[in-house]
Structures are given as structure tokens and as C-alpha cells.
Write a protein that binds this ligand. Structure first.
Ligand SMILES: Cc1cc2nc3c(=O)[nH]c(=O)nc-3n(C[C@H](O)[C@H](O)[C@H](O)COP(=O)(O)OP(=O)(O)OC[C@H]3O[C@@H](n4cnc5c(N)ncnc54)[C@H](O)[C@@H]3O)c2cc1C
Length: 811
């Protein structure tokens, strides 16, 4: 075995082999895969081998499409058959809500270029005569569904990688990983040590244990998963004879089963509610190619329903039951990318659908390693999306919830309950006592809306406007007409100090740094000129800056900040987390409320829009910014947690005469819509350029050289391809949520990124991206947005419908 390699990939399952192949394909030849046992010996060998494109995140769905398209290429290069069966699939809806969900998935597939079709139950029955029509209300066809041979496919990746120059060492367990000061690694194996520039954790069932070698507790847990194989069935034989092809795949959400044809019988697997973790603390190293004891009692409720829905199955004998473990993350998507705090250590693990996702994971990771950027929007699978709050036991609860709900409808206003409340602010019980309905933002409980006295503080889940609608409207109106207060502890907060802080930030950000006591808004770009951040920065004093951003992206951003730190130790970065909590007061009366709480002059002349101050408010030492995301007159007040209760109580006391109300995140998001403000993760993502996103006034091409400036200049010159637009939508009881196709003259030309009801201006609104040429078409109803299967007229509005000159926030 060689003792030196540019990359050591740990793990020879389908994911490790895909990473290895993609590295060679992208041009890195000196790559070595080490496998504890033999290829496929983790969870890969006993997989059912099914693949599909369906995923809640459109970008992951796209990468799944890539994976499925890759198998022909692998077979061609390697000469190894993948055992492909491209039989197509039918997803069966049992309720109107599920049907709506399928219609939305179908709409999304339009702009992803995926081939789906909505059909009636009768049509589904024609395609799959085993199903009992009366239990279903409709269906969707996914033409890309199919299945393959897991072993053959993994070997096809491995052979293709070898042809590309890679080496593979089997029976070679990695026992430890030791970092060197130059960022490279000593990989300690049972066959000797390897010095590697990069290490990739593709440890699958042992990804946690490999993570622990470098001090990580990865949010990954293996679950037992069962599928059974029936004896040959006369119904299947007859179908094949008559039609000359296989039965399509079936996904029956209600009975939690998936099934497909295997020889002349059926493979039937379940995602049962009574699910069971496997080895919740530690995976034994000597676990071989073993199966677990089947437990049909656990999946009996699913089987009973399945037998009702597909009566022929009830008569079929069971030939084999497979029970095997494979890994999940709390949200079911993989953990991919470089790990913040470690150099040259990469993950590609927690992949629960290796045959739908493995190719896309390998492609994105190889680009990331070689070019410094995945080349796609991989946020939904970025390892940085989890914070320290995703502990081992938290992961256990969330994974079980996710597994049990795999075939459940997830509504946009549904907050999942497992492992909550994980983190709370000192106001948590006060908020609950006032009717707050809470949501989870990056592990922190945050008020979403407030149920007035006599109204149950609970969401009714729906794709349509729901029970919160009128209460959110009341919060928005009271705030815009008077004053409201909301918790903002869920923002990310950072402090940058040191003699190099200003030039460092200036190099990272597109806008000029503020003068002392002032605030700027600024995007952050990658070298390709794409948006990787959007921040508010205040200069508190020389060599001290505070910065606020999106909470979900804290690790993502810290990873970038650390990568660009100067070696001379002149910059110190602190992620402040809950060391700072905040309250925002907004609305025309907010200044009067603030003035009652301080003896400092907070008049418009003394404390201007975009000013930053440190002052006592209600006797509490606070940092205060004169900005709010509502787009109204308002202030963000930041204090340490021990003062938060007092500050809140004093604000409420001072605000009483002005009719102060609590408002939650939903009111805040509604208010930002009517100001055309974009939001990180929806409108601002690494697939859009700064000018495409309409961030022009925050990108100063004349200042010092900043990361992404050349690309930004080029984008400015050419105008880029897309434009972010705001639209008024002719909707009635369902608004845009995000990820709906945008139509123009009968063609899908773009997609919505977010939407909702703008309560103050009383309009349904959306934001999204369209080709830049079409962004000029502001004629009434020129566009349509497909909302739950219905096209709704939409009109681009270049100016925000509320206060286009920004007088409210400046006055
Ligand atoms: C019953 C069942 C049915 C399934 N059905 C499907 C399906 O229909 N479709 C689908 O897409 N997916 C399915 N899956 C899931 C699929 O198997 C996984 O997504 C996939 O196997 C994950 O591959 P992996 O490479 O990440 O992990 P693994 O296959 O677990 O591979 C990890 C490898 O790393 C090696 N390794 C770990 N630690 C070390 C170390 N320290 N040193 C050296 N080597 C190490 C292990 O030996 C192992 O070979 C199913 C799984 C099961 C159990």
C-alpha cells in the first residue's frame, strides 16, 4: 500500500466509491480509498437499490437527477453492469392534502427539468393493476424512478475510478487520524500509515466513529430498515406477459410502503412509525456483512394497510425478509463538505439514499475539494447546517421523528416537535404565557405569532392560508400603525476585533466598512461572484465591529471567515450566539417608546437611520442599531441575556400608552415582503450573483479589491442571466410559499423563492428569479405562478408597494 496520497477516502460504500470516481474525473489522480473490510460491506450491500428524484429541496432533487443519469456513463467506462431497471414510479395520494403536495412536487419538477405527471387513480390502476382504487384520490408519475444492483453499481464506480488512476485498499481499517501543522493528515491504518493532504469521511455506518477520531460528534444515526421479498406472484407474471415490461415502482404514503418488482415477485419496504435506531452510541468495528433479526410485528400495521391497498400481496408467500441498518441525519439529507474548525477534513456521510444521491454527493464534493466551491447550491446537504445543539441524543430523537414521518405530508407552517425546546431565551415562558406559537430556528425557540386571549395557540397545518392569518395581520397592522416588539435572538451575531479587523472585513465584503457609530448592509461573494452571505455590520469603535446575519448559516459563515483569516493574528472572530440576545421595536411610535427608556437623545437628528450606539436602555447596558427588517422606523436592541426580561418588561410598560403589541417572525416576514427585502437562504443563495439579486447599491466596485470583485464586475458588465423580482399575485386562499414555477406566455421561465401575504398593503406577494430580459415586462398579469396546481396571474412590481422612498424608516 502506498504511504502518501493527495486524498485518502475512508470507506468503500457507494458514496466513497462515487467520491473517488468524481475526484479522478475532475483530474485528481493521486487518490486512495481505504476500506475496513471489502467494498459494499457497510450498508450498501443489502440496499433495495431503488432510486428516484423526489426531494423536498429542489437543489438536492437536481443532484438526484444527476445521479440517476450517471449510471449509463459508469457502465460505459467500467464495463460493469449496474443492473438498471428504469421502470418509472407511481406516487399514490390518499388524501386531498397529499394530492396537493404531489401537485406542488410536480410543479417544482417543471423548472428542474424532471419528468413527472399528475394522473387519476383510474390511470394509476391501469398502470399498476394490483392497487385497489378506492383507497386513493390521485397520483403522480415519476419517470426517473427505478432500481439497480447495489453491488454492481458500487463496483462500477470503483472500476471507473481505478481506470481514472485511483487506488483502492481493502481490509484496511483506519484506526486514527492525526493532523499535522501544515493542515495535512497522518492516516493510521492497520496496514500502516498514509500521509494525505486531504481526508474524506465516507464511513457510512461508522461515520460517527471516524468523526470521533478528529473530535467531532456528527449528527448521524443508523436505523433498522426492513424490506421483504415475496414469492413469485401469478399477478406479476400475468402483467409481464401481457404488457411486456415490469410493474412500475409504487410509493403508498398512507401505508408507509414502497414496492417494486423483483424477478416475478415484489420487494416491499416500509418506513414504519414504530422505528428503531441501531447502535445508538457506537457502531461495533466487527459488524460484518450481517443482517439484523427481522421484526415483522414492528411493521405489521404498515403491512396490514398495504395488503388492503394491494390485495394480491396478502396471498403471496414471503421468501425473504431483510433487516439492515443505514444512516440518517436529523433532516434526512446528507452531511457533505469541509468541516469548520478543521483543515482539509471533508465529510460525505449520512447518505440515506445512496443510489439516488451518491453521484450528486461525489460530484459536489469533488468540485468543492478541487475548486474550493461545490459548483451547485448544496446548502440542504452542507454539513455546516447543524450547530453544536445537534448533540447525539438530540440527533436520536430527530432521526426517529424524520424516519417515522418519511412518508408524511410536511406542511409549510408545521414545526416538528421532537427534541424541543432545545434552546430558549429568558423570555420563553413569558412569550408562551402571552399565546406565542413557537418555531425552531437553528435550535432556538422563537415566537412565530401570538394567539390572542381565548384563541388556541396552535397552528392548523395547511398549504392554504390558515388560522394564524388574521392574527398575523393584526400584529402587522398594530406595528405599522403604532409600535410592536419582537424577539430577535435568533439572528447570528459576531464580533470582529483587532488591528486587522477592518481591512479583513473589507476584503470579504462588497460594501465599504462603516465609520464609527454607523451601520452598513453588505453582501459577501465567493470568487465566482455568487452570494454567500448578507450582513449588517456596525463599527462600535476602532478595531471593533459587530455583525449580524442569518442564524442557520453561522457555521457556514464561520468556516469561510476562518479560511480567510490572516496568519498574523491581527483579527479575532467571536460567534456570540446567546451571549447577545435582542429585542426589536418597530413602528411609527417606536421612537417615543425608546425615548421613555433612556435619558440619551434619540431624536431623528441625534440618532439617525443606520446609526449604531452603545447606551443604557431601561437601565440595561445595550447596543442599539437604528434599523429593522420591517422597513419601518425601528430599533434593534442587543443585550446580554440577564437583562432581557427587564428590558422587555420596561418596553411593554413604556409602550402600553401607544398600544404596543408583540409580533412574531411571521409578521416580520410579511412586513419585509411589502418592502421587497430579500432574505438569506431564499432569495440570497450561492447560485445567484449580487447584481442578479438586485443588491447593486451594496456592492461598491470602486473600493479595495474584495473577494469576488472581478466576477462581480463582469456580472455588472453583462448583466448576468437572472433577475430577482417582486410580484403581486392574484391569489385567493393560498399564497406562494417558494419553489413554485413562474410562467410567461405559456412557458416556465423561472421560479418563486418565497412569498406570502403582505398584510399591510393587503396583497398576496412573491419574490423569485426570471431571465433578466423578462424582468422588464411589468405589464399587468404578464406572468403566472403555479400555486397548488393552479396558475395565478402575477405582476412584477419594480418598487415596493409600501413606502418606496423609504421615508418611514428614515423619518
Ligand atoms: C435494508 C436497506 C435498504 C435500502 N434501500 C435503499 C434503496 O432502495 N435505495 C437507496 O438509495 N438506498 C437504500 N438504502 C440505503 C443505502 O444502503 C445507503 O444510502 C448507502 O449504502 C450509503 O452508503 P455509504 O457509502 O455512505 O455507507 P456504507 O455502505 O455504510 O459504507 C461505508 C463504508 O466505510 C467503511 N468504513 C467505515 N469506517 C472505516 C474505517 N475506519 N476504515 C476503513 N473503512 C471504513 C465501511 O466498512 C463501509 O464499507 C438501503 C439500506 C438498507 C439497510
Amino acid at each position: 500500500m502506498k504511504n502518501q496520497a493527495r486524498v485518502v477516502v475512508i470507506g468503500g460504500g457507494v458514496v466513497g466509491c462515487s467520491v473517488l470516481y468524481h475526484l479522478t474525473k475532475a483530474g485528481w489522480k493521486d487518490v486512495l480509498l481505504v476500506e475496513r473490510d471489502r467494498l459494499t460491506s457497510g450498508s450498501t450491500w443489502h440496499a433495495a437499490g431503488g432510486f428516484h428524484t423526489l426531494n423536498g429541496d429542489p437543489n438536492v432533487a437536481k443532484l438526484q437527477g444527476y445521479t440517476i443519469g450517471l449510471y449509463d456513463e459508469l457502465e460505459k467506462i467500467s464495463g460493469q453492469a449496474c443492473g438498471m431497471h428504469r421502470s418509472g414510479g407511481i406516487l399514490l395520494a390518499d388524501t386531498p392534502e397529499r394530492m396537493e403536495w404531489l401537485k406542488m412536487a410536480h410543479a417544482r419538477a417543471r423548472y428542474l427539468g424532471l419528468e413527472t405527471q399528475i394522473i387519476s387513480t383510474a390511470e394509476a390502476k391501469k398502470m399498476h393493476p394490483l392497487l385497489e382504487e378506492k383507497y386513493f384520490v390521485g397520483a403522480m408519475i415519476d419517470a426517473a424512478d427505478g432500481n439497480l444492483d447495489p453491488e454492481g453499481t458500487t463496483h462500477a464506480y470503483a472500476k471507473s475510478a481505478r481506470i481514472g488512476g485511483a487506488e483502492i485498499e481493502q481490509n484496511c481499517r483506519v484506526t486514527d487520524l492525526k493532523p499535522r501543522s501544515d493542515g495535512s493528515w497522518d492516516v493510521i491504518t492497520v496496514k500502516g500509515n498514509i500521509h494525505a493532504e486531504h481526508v474524506v469521511n465516507c464511513g457510512g455506518l461508522w461515520a460517527r466513529e471516524v468523526g470521533r477520531m478528529v473530535g467531532l460528534e456528527l449528527p448521524v444515526l443508523a436505523m433498522e430498515h426492513m424490506y421483504l421479498v415475496t414469492d413469485d406472484m401469478p399477478e406479476v407474471i400475468a402483467y409481464n406477459k401481457e404488457r411486456g415490461h415490469e410493474l412500475p415502482h409504487i410509493l403508498d404514503f398512507k401505508s408507509e410502503i414502497y414496492m417494486r418488482q423483483e424477478r416475478s415477485g415484489i420487494v416491499l419496504g416500509t418506513y414504519e412509525t414504530a422505528c428503531k435506531p441501531w447502535q445508538p452510541k457506537e457502531t461495533p468495528w466487527d459488524f460484518g456483512q450481517e443482517l439484523l433479526q427481522p421484526d415483522l410485528d414492528r411493521i405489521a400495521p404498515s403491512l396490514e394497510l398495504g395488503y388492503k391497498h394491494f390485495p394480491a400481496l396478502a396471498k403471496a408467500g414471503i421468501k425473504r425478509v431483510i433487516n439492515g441498518p443505514f444512516t440518517f441525519t436529523p433532516d434526512g439529507n446528507p452531511l457533505v463538505g469541509p468541516v469548520q474548525g478543521l483543515r482539509n477534513f471533508w465529510c460525505a456521510c449520512g447518505v440515506m439514499a445512496g443510489f439516488s444521491q451518491g453521484g450528486g454527493v461525489g460530484l459536489a464534493l469533488s468540485h468543492w475539494m478541487i475548486n474550493g466551491d461545490p459548483g451547485f447550491d448544496v446548502w440542504a446537504m452542507d454539513i455546516a447546517r447543524y450547530g453544536e445543539w445537534a448533540t447525539r441524543t438530540y440527533t436520536n430523537e430527530k432521526v426517529r421523528e424524520n424516519y417515522a414521518r418519511r412518508f408524511s405530508v410536511k406542511f409549510p407552517n408545521e414545526e416538528l416537535l421532537a427534541a424541543r425546546p432545545q434552546q430558549t431565551t429568558p423570555l420563553y415562558d413569558k412569550m408562551l404565557a402571552q399565546g406565542a406559537v413557537m418555531g425552531d430556528t437553528w435550535g432556538l425557540e422563537t415566537p412565530l405569532w401570538f394567539a390572542p386571549k381565548g384563541v388556541e395557540a396552535k397552528d392548523i397545518f395547511s398549504f392554504h392560508r390558515s388560522n394564524d392569518f388574521k392574527h398575523v395581520k393584526a400584529e402587522v397592522k398594530a406595528t405599522r400603525n403604532g409600535v410592536g416588539v419582537t424577539e430577535i435572538a435568533n439572528f447570528a451575531k459576531y464580533r470582529f476585533t483587532g488591528s486587522g479587523a477592518e481591512s479583513y472585513l473589507s476584503r470579504l465584503m462588497t460594501n465599504k466598512m462603516p465609520r464609527t457609530g454607523r451601520i452598513i448592509l453588505t453582501p459577501m461573494l465567493n470568487p465566482q461572484g455568487k452570494l454567500i452571505g448578507d450582513f449588517t455590520i456596525a463599527k462600535a469603535k476602532d478595531e471593533c465591529f459587530y455583525m449580524w446575519g442569518s442564524s442557520q448559516a453561522q457555521k457556514y459563515h464561520m468556516r469561510w471567515f476562518e479560511q480567510h483569516l490572516p496568519a498574523d493574528h491581527t483579527v479575532k472572530i467571536e460567534r456570540l450566539d446567546m451571549q447577545l440576545v435582542g429585542l426589536s421595536i418597530a413602528g411609527p411610535k417606536s421612537r417615543e417608546v425608546l425615548q421613555q427608556l433612556t435619558d440619551e437623545d434619540v431624536s431623528n437628528a441625534a440618532f439617525k437611520f443606520m446609526d449604531h450606539r452603545s447606551m443604557d436602555i431601561a437601565h440595561c447596558p445595550a447596543l442599539i442599531n437604528r434599523v429593522t427588517y420591517t422597513g419601518d422606523l425601528g430599533y434593534e436592541i442587543w443585550i446580554t441575556p440577564e437583562y432581557q426580561r427587564r428590558l422587555y418588561e420596561e418596553i411593554m410598560k413604556a409602550g402600553k400608552a401607544h398600544g404596543i403589541v408583540n409580533f412574531g417572525m411571521r409578521a416580520l416576514l410579511s412586513m419585509r415582503l411589502e418592502k421587497n427585502f430579500p432574505t438569506w437562504y431564499r432569495e440570497l443563495r450561492p447560485i445567484y450573483g449580487g447584481f442578479e439579486a438586485g443588491m447593486d447599491r451594496f456592492i461598491d466596485l470602486t473600493k479595495n479589491d474584495f473577494i469576488g470583485r472581478d466576477a462581480a464586475m463582469e456580472e455588472k458588465r453583462t448583466g448576468g442571466k437572472l433577475r430577482r423580482v417582486s410580484m403581486i399575485v392574484d391569489a385567493d386562499d393560498a399564497d406562494v410559499l417558494g419553489d413554485e414555477p413562474i410562467w410567461h406566455k405559456g412557458k416556465v421561465v423561472g421560479w418563486a423563492t418565497s412569498g406570502g401575504y403582505a398584510h399591510y398593503v393587503d396583497k398576496s406577494m412573491a419574490q423569485g428569479y426570471v431571465p433578466k430580459e423578462l424582468a422588464e415586462d411589468v405589464s399587468k398579469g404578464a406572468f403566472e405562478i403555479e400555486i397548488i396546481g393552479e396558475n395565478r396571474k402575477a405582476t412584477i412590481i419594480p418598487q415596493p408597494p409600501l413606502d418606496p422612498e423609504g421615508k418611514r424608516m428614515r423619518s
